[in-house]
Design a protein around this ligand. Structure first.
Ligand SMILES: Nc1ncnc2c1ncn2[C@@H]1O[C@H](COP(=O)(O)OP(=O)(O)OP(=O)(O)O)[C@@H](O)[C@H]1O
Length: 229
Protein backbone atom coordinates (compact mmCIF):
# COMPACT_ATOMS: atom_id res chain seq x y z
CA UNK A 1 0.00 0.00 0.00
CA UNK A 2 1.43 3.40 -0.84
CA UNK A 3 1.60 6.41 1.52
CA UNK A 4 -1.52 8.06 0.08
CA UNK A 5 -3.61 4.90 0.34
CA UNK A 6 -2.91 4.75 4.08
CA UNK A 7 -3.83 8.34 4.85
CA UNK A 8 -6.59 8.69 7.45
CA UNK A 9 -6.41 12.44 8.03
CA UNK A 10 -4.62 15.07 6.03
CA UNK A 11 -4.44 18.74 6.98
CA UNK A 12 -3.11 21.11 4.37
CA UNK A 13 -2.25 24.72 5.13
CA UNK A 14 -4.94 25.18 7.77
CA UNK A 15 -5.33 28.81 8.87
CA UNK A 16 -7.77 29.90 11.54
CA UNK A 17 -8.66 33.39 12.66
CA UNK A 18 -10.75 34.59 15.56
CA UNK A 19 -12.17 38.09 15.18
CA UNK A 20 -13.28 38.83 18.70
CA UNK A 21 -12.17 40.75 20.72
CA UNK A 22 -9.52 41.51 18.03
CA UNK A 23 -8.41 39.77 14.86
CA UNK A 24 -6.10 36.96 15.90
CA UNK A 25 -4.61 34.24 13.73
CA UNK A 26 -4.46 31.15 15.96
CA UNK A 27 -3.52 28.52 13.34
CA UNK A 28 -0.87 29.23 10.74
CA UNK A 29 -0.42 26.94 7.73
CA UNK A 30 -0.86 23.77 9.76
CA UNK A 31 -0.07 20.73 7.60
CA UNK A 32 0.44 17.07 8.40
CA UNK A 33 -0.83 13.61 7.51
CA UNK A 34 -1.89 10.89 9.92
CA UNK A 35 -1.60 7.40 8.49
CA UNK A 36 -3.49 4.28 9.43
CA UNK A 37 -2.30 2.73 12.68
CA UNK A 38 -0.45 5.79 13.95
CA UNK A 39 -0.82 6.79 17.62
CA UNK A 40 -0.11 10.50 17.52
CA UNK A 41 0.00 13.06 20.30
CA UNK A 42 -0.33 16.82 19.88
CA UNK A 43 1.59 18.88 22.42
CA UNK A 44 2.40 22.54 23.01
CA UNK A 45 2.00 25.30 25.55
CA UNK A 46 -1.41 26.45 26.69
CA UNK A 47 -2.95 28.72 24.07
CA UNK A 48 -0.83 27.48 21.13
CA UNK A 49 -3.96 26.30 19.28
CA UNK A 50 -4.29 22.57 20.04
CA UNK A 51 -8.01 22.53 20.88
CA UNK A 52 -8.82 24.89 18.02
CA UNK A 53 -7.03 22.53 15.65
CA UNK A 54 -8.78 19.46 17.04
CA UNK A 55 -12.14 21.16 16.62
CA UNK A 56 -11.36 21.74 12.94
CA UNK A 57 -9.90 18.27 12.35
CA UNK A 58 -12.98 16.71 13.92
CA UNK A 59 -15.15 18.55 11.32
CA UNK A 60 -17.04 20.48 14.01
CA UNK A 61 -15.56 23.87 13.08
CA UNK A 62 -15.84 24.57 9.36
CA UNK A 63 -14.73 28.19 9.52
CA UNK A 64 -11.08 27.87 8.44
CA UNK A 65 -8.87 28.20 5.38
CA UNK A 66 -6.95 25.29 3.89
CA UNK A 67 -7.96 21.75 3.07
CA UNK A 68 -8.88 18.75 5.12
CA UNK A 69 -9.11 15.17 3.89
CA UNK A 70 -10.66 12.44 6.04
CA UNK A 71 -10.30 8.88 4.80
CA UNK A 72 -8.85 10.35 1.61
CA UNK A 73 -12.00 12.37 0.91
CA UNK A 74 -11.87 16.15 0.69
CA UNK A 75 -14.30 17.24 3.42
CA UNK A 76 -13.62 20.97 3.34
CA UNK A 77 -16.73 22.76 2.08
CA UNK A 78 -19.10 19.83 2.63
CA UNK A 79 -22.54 20.59 4.15
CA UNK A 80 -23.00 20.33 7.91
CA UNK A 81 -25.44 17.41 7.85
CA UNK A 82 -23.04 15.42 5.68
CA UNK A 83 -20.18 16.22 8.06
CA UNK A 84 -22.28 15.18 11.06
CA UNK A 85 -22.91 11.82 9.45
CA UNK A 86 -19.29 11.06 8.56
CA UNK A 87 -18.21 12.31 12.00
CA UNK A 88 -20.51 9.76 13.67
CA UNK A 89 -19.34 7.05 11.36
CA UNK A 90 -15.61 7.66 11.23
CA UNK A 91 -14.52 9.47 14.40
CA UNK A 92 -14.68 8.44 18.05
CA UNK A 93 -14.19 11.15 20.67
CA UNK A 94 -12.68 11.06 24.14
CA UNK A 95 -12.64 14.28 26.16
CA UNK A 96 -11.08 15.41 29.42
CA UNK A 97 -14.45 15.02 31.10
CA UNK A 98 -16.19 11.77 30.39
CA UNK A 99 -19.65 13.20 29.53
CA UNK A 100 -21.36 9.97 30.51
CA UNK A 101 -25.05 10.22 31.35
CA UNK A 102 -24.97 9.52 35.07
CA UNK A 103 -28.47 8.07 35.38
CA UNK A 104 -27.91 5.65 32.50
CA UNK A 105 -26.15 2.32 32.82
CA UNK A 106 -22.63 1.81 31.51
CA UNK A 107 -24.05 -0.36 28.72
CA UNK A 108 -26.67 2.22 27.71
CA UNK A 109 -24.03 4.97 27.63
CA UNK A 110 -21.91 2.95 25.24
CA UNK A 111 -24.86 2.16 22.99
CA UNK A 112 -25.80 5.82 22.42
CA UNK A 113 -23.41 6.69 19.53
CA UNK A 114 -24.23 3.32 17.94
CA UNK A 115 -27.99 3.88 18.12
CA UNK A 116 -27.45 7.39 16.74
CA UNK A 117 -25.53 6.08 13.73
CA UNK A 118 -28.13 3.36 13.15
CA UNK A 119 -25.78 1.04 11.30
CA UNK A 120 -26.26 -1.95 13.62
CA UNK A 121 -29.29 -3.46 15.38
CA UNK A 122 -29.65 -2.99 19.15
CA UNK A 123 -28.79 -6.64 19.70
CA UNK A 124 -25.64 -6.36 17.61
CA UNK A 125 -24.72 -3.13 19.40
CA UNK A 126 -25.13 -4.74 22.81
CA UNK A 127 -22.84 -7.55 21.74
CA UNK A 128 -20.28 -5.05 20.44
CA UNK A 129 -20.57 -2.92 23.59
CA UNK A 130 -19.79 -5.94 25.77
CA UNK A 131 -16.76 -6.72 23.58
CA UNK A 132 -15.48 -3.17 24.05
CA UNK A 133 -16.09 -3.31 27.80
CA UNK A 134 -14.05 -6.49 27.93
CA UNK A 135 -11.05 -4.70 26.41
CA UNK A 136 -11.30 -2.23 29.29
CA UNK A 137 -11.89 -4.87 31.95
CA UNK A 138 -15.21 -3.25 32.72
CA UNK A 139 -17.65 -5.96 31.62
CA UNK A 140 -18.80 -6.77 35.14
CA UNK A 141 -19.83 -3.11 35.58
CA UNK A 142 -22.06 -3.06 32.47
CA UNK A 143 -25.34 -2.73 34.38
CA UNK A 144 -24.13 -0.20 36.96
CA UNK A 145 -25.23 3.39 36.60
CA UNK A 146 -22.42 5.66 35.41
CA UNK A 147 -22.45 7.64 38.69
CA UNK A 148 -21.51 4.46 40.56
CA UNK A 149 -18.09 4.31 38.86
CA UNK A 150 -14.78 5.86 39.87
CA UNK A 151 -13.23 8.61 37.73
CA UNK A 152 -10.79 6.21 36.08
CA UNK A 153 -13.52 3.66 35.38
CA UNK A 154 -15.71 6.37 33.84
CA UNK A 155 -12.92 7.38 31.50
CA UNK A 156 -12.39 3.75 30.44
CA UNK A 157 -16.11 3.54 29.66
CA UNK A 158 -15.85 6.80 27.69
CA UNK A 159 -13.13 5.24 25.53
CA UNK A 160 -15.21 2.07 25.06
CA UNK A 161 -18.08 4.32 23.96
CA UNK A 162 -15.80 6.04 21.42
CA UNK A 163 -15.09 2.63 19.91
CA UNK A 164 -18.67 1.40 19.48
CA UNK A 165 -18.88 2.24 15.75
CA UNK A 166 -15.35 0.96 15.04
CA UNK A 167 -14.14 4.44 14.11
CA UNK A 168 -11.42 5.01 11.60
CA UNK A 169 -9.91 7.54 13.98
CA UNK A 170 -10.07 8.22 17.71
CA UNK A 171 -9.58 11.86 18.69
CA UNK A 172 -8.90 12.83 22.27
CA UNK A 173 -8.66 16.20 24.00
CA UNK A 174 -6.74 15.71 27.25
CA UNK A 175 -8.27 12.29 27.99
CA UNK A 176 -6.10 11.89 31.10
CA UNK A 177 -6.23 15.57 32.11
CA UNK A 178 -8.67 14.98 34.92
CA UNK A 179 -7.16 11.76 36.31
CA UNK A 180 -4.60 11.01 39.02
CA UNK A 181 -1.30 9.33 38.09
CA UNK A 182 -2.54 5.79 38.72
CA UNK A 183 -5.65 6.18 36.56
CA UNK A 184 -3.74 8.15 33.88
CA UNK A 185 -1.39 5.20 33.58
CA UNK A 186 -4.28 2.74 33.28
CA UNK A 187 -5.98 4.85 30.60
CA UNK A 188 -2.70 5.42 28.75
CA UNK A 189 -2.02 1.67 28.74
CA UNK A 190 -5.45 1.08 27.23
CA UNK A 191 -4.72 3.54 24.42
CA UNK A 192 -1.40 1.78 23.88
CA UNK A 193 -3.19 -1.58 23.72
CA UNK A 194 -5.64 -0.21 21.15
CA UNK A 195 -2.69 0.97 19.05
CA UNK A 196 -0.66 -2.20 19.34
CA UNK A 197 -3.32 -4.90 19.31
CA UNK A 198 -6.02 -3.32 17.17
CA UNK A 199 -3.94 -0.99 14.99
CA UNK A 200 -6.34 1.81 16.00
CA UNK A 201 -5.42 5.21 14.57
CA UNK A 202 -5.46 7.89 17.28
CA UNK A 203 -4.78 11.60 17.58
CA UNK A 204 -4.58 12.77 21.18
CA UNK A 205 -4.01 16.28 22.52
CA UNK A 206 -2.17 16.06 25.82
CA UNK A 207 -0.28 18.16 28.34
CA UNK A 208 1.25 15.05 29.85
CA UNK A 209 4.87 14.58 28.62
CA UNK A 210 4.87 10.95 29.76
CA UNK A 211 1.73 10.23 27.72
CA UNK A 212 3.23 11.96 24.67
CA UNK A 213 6.52 10.10 25.03
CA UNK A 214 4.63 6.80 24.84
CA UNK A 215 2.91 7.60 21.53
CA UNK A 216 4.37 6.65 18.18
CA UNK A 217 4.69 10.24 17.00
CA UNK A 218 4.54 13.70 18.55
CA UNK A 219 3.22 16.78 16.75
CA UNK A 220 4.53 19.83 18.55
CA UNK A 221 2.85 23.20 18.20
CA UNK A 222 4.00 26.68 19.06
CA UNK A 223 2.02 29.86 18.55
CA UNK A 224 -0.35 28.32 15.98
CA UNK A 225 2.33 26.54 13.97
CA UNK A 226 3.48 22.95 13.82
CA UNK A 227 7.16 23.11 14.74
CA UNK A 228 7.75 19.35 14.80
CA UNK A 229 5.71 16.49 13.42
N1 LIG B 1 -13.85 31.34 20.61
C1 LIG B 1 -12.70 32.01 20.65
N2 LIG B 1 -12.67 33.33 20.36
C2 LIG B 1 -11.51 34.04 20.37
N3 LIG B 1 -10.30 33.49 20.65
C3 LIG B 1 -10.25 32.18 20.94
C4 LIG B 1 -11.45 31.37 20.96
N4 LIG B 1 -11.09 30.10 21.28
C5 LIG B 1 -9.75 30.12 21.46
N5 LIG B 1 -9.25 31.36 21.25
C6 LIG B 1 -7.83 31.73 21.32
O1 LIG B 1 -7.13 30.90 20.41
C7 LIG B 1 -5.85 30.57 20.94
C8 LIG B 1 -5.69 29.06 20.94
O2 LIG B 1 -6.61 28.50 21.89
P1 LIG B 1 -6.71 26.93 22.10
O3 LIG B 1 -7.81 26.69 23.09
O4 LIG B 1 -6.81 26.27 20.80
O5 LIG B 1 -5.29 26.60 22.77
P2 LIG B 1 -4.78 25.26 23.44
O6 LIG B 1 -3.41 25.04 22.91
O7 LIG B 1 -5.78 24.19 23.25
O8 LIG B 1 -4.72 25.67 24.97
P3 LIG B 1 -4.89 24.76 26.29
O9 LIG B 1 -3.70 23.85 26.29
O10 LIG B 1 -4.83 25.76 27.40
O11 LIG B 1 -6.21 24.05 26.18
C9 LIG B 1 -5.77 31.22 22.31
O12 LIG B 1 -5.07 32.44 22.19
C10 LIG B 1 -7.21 31.47 22.67
O13 LIG B 1 -7.32 32.58 23.51
Amino acid sequence: MNQKAQSVLQAEDIDKYFFSPVKNQVLKKVSFTINRGEFVSVVGKSGCGKSTLLYILSTMDTDYQGKLHLDQELITGKPHDYLARIRNEKIGFVFQFHYLLNEFSVLENILIPGLKLGKYSREELEHRAMEKLKIFEMEEHALKKAYQLSGGQKQRVAIARALINDPLLIMGDEPTGNLDKKNSDIVFNKFKELAEEFNQTMLIVTHDPEFAAGTSRIIEMEDGRVIKS
